[in-house]
Design a protein around this ligand. Structure first.
Ligand SMILES: [Zn+2]
Length: 266
C-alpha cells in the first residue's frame, strides 16, 4: 500500500518491548508489525513547516526561516532549559506559549542510552522522552515546579560536576552501552546538589528499564538523509529511540525528517 503525507515523530507506548506508531494522516501503523518487512520512503522536494507553509527545504532543523527566528518552538531555551524566563513573567518569543510550556512540573533525570547522562523533561511525559532518546534505563533525580529550575540543576551538574548531557547516538544504535548502577550514581550526585537545590531531590528510587523491538543492531551506522537520498527502501530490522534500523547497517532518523512530505510504501 502507498500513502502520501507528512512525517512526524513516532508515537510510543511503554510496553515490553516499546510499541512504535507511525501516524501518517488518517492512518496509524504499529511499526512493530512491520519488522522484517520492506519499507519505502520517496521524497519529492517538499517539506511542511509547523506554520503550515510548504517549502522546498527547511531553513534549519524542521523550521522555515521565519519560524526558526520567531517561533517559541525554536527558541534557544528549548535546547538550553536554564535560559527559561517565563517564571519571571519575561517574554522570549511568545509569553503565553512559554508559560504553558515552562510553568509545569519538570524532572531532571539520569539515564543510560550510550553512557550515563543527565537530562530535563516535562514530568507529564518523561518515559516518552527516555524512549525517544533510546535509553536502556533511567531514574528521576529531581522534580521541580518549572523548566527553569530543572535546567538550573542540570546545568549545575554538567558544568560543575562533568555529568554529560549528550547521547552518542551511534553507540546507542549499535547497542554499545556502558554499565552503571543508576541508584549508586544518584546517591553520588546527591552530594553535588547545592543547598537550594536539595529540596527538589527526588526520594523515590524507581529505575525504569526499556526494551526496544530490534531483530538486529547495526555493526556500523550509515545514516540516511532524504535530502541526499530521496528514495529509501529497506528491510526494517528494528526500532530504537526515534530511529528505524534498516538492512545494510542503514539507519533512518524519523525525528530529523519531521515535516518531510513523502510517499510511504509498506
Ligand atoms: Zn514556518
Amino acid at each position: 500500500m502507498k500513502f502520501n503525507n507528512t512525517i512526524s515523530k513516532m508515537k510510543v507506548k511503554f510496553n515490553n518491548p516499546v510499541d512504535y506508531f507511525f501516524d501518517f494522516g488518517e492512518n496509524s501503523f504499529l511499526l512493530n508489525d512491520y519488522l522484517n518487512k520492506t519499507i519505502k520512503f520517496s521524497w519529492h522536494n517538499k517539506v511542511k513547516c509547523i506554520c503550515g507553509k510548504i517549502f522546498k527545504e527547511f531553513y534549519r532543523q524542521s523550521f522555515c526561516y521565519n519560524c526558526y527566528w520567531n517561533s517559541p518552538q525554536a527558541s534557544p531555551s528549548i535546547f538550553k532549559p536554564e535560559l527559561s524566563k517565563a517564571h519571571l513573567g519575561e517574554e522570549d518569543r511568545d509569553l503565553e506559549w512559554e508559560k504553558k510550556y515552562q510553568l509545569q512540573n519538570h524532572v531532571v533525570y539520569l539515564s543510560i542510552s550510550s553512557g550515563l547522562k543527565v537530562g530535563v523533561t516535562r514530568e507529564s511525559d518523561f518515559i516518552t522522552r527516555w524512549i525517544d532518546q533510546g535509553a536502556q534505563k533511567a531514574v528521576i533525580l529531581a522534580k521541580t515546579p518549572n523548566r527553569y529550575l530543572a535546567g538550573k540543576i542540570e546545568y549545575h551538574l554538567k558544568k560543575n560536576h562533568n555529568v554529560p548531557d549528550r547521547t552518542n547516538w551511534r553507540k546507542m544504535l549499535q547497542n554499545q552501552v556502558s554499565e552503571h548502577d543508576l541508584l549508586n550514581e544518584k546517591e553520588v550526585l546527591k552530594k553535588c546538589f547545592s543547598q537550594d537545590m536539595l529540596e527538589y531531590f527526588c526520594k523515590e528510587n524507581k529505575v525504569i528499564k526499556i526494551k526496544y523491538p530490534v531483530l538486529k543492531f547495526p555493526l556500523k551506522v550509515k545514516s540516511l538523509s532524504l535530502s541526499k537520498t530521496p528514495f529509501v527502501e529497506g528491510r526494517l530490522l528494528g526500532i530504537k529511540g526515534q530511529y528505524l534500523l534498516l538492512d545494510e547497517d542503514r539507519v533512518f532518523n524519523v525525528r530529523k525528517h519531521e515535516g518531510f512530505i513523502v510517499d510511504l510504501e509498506l
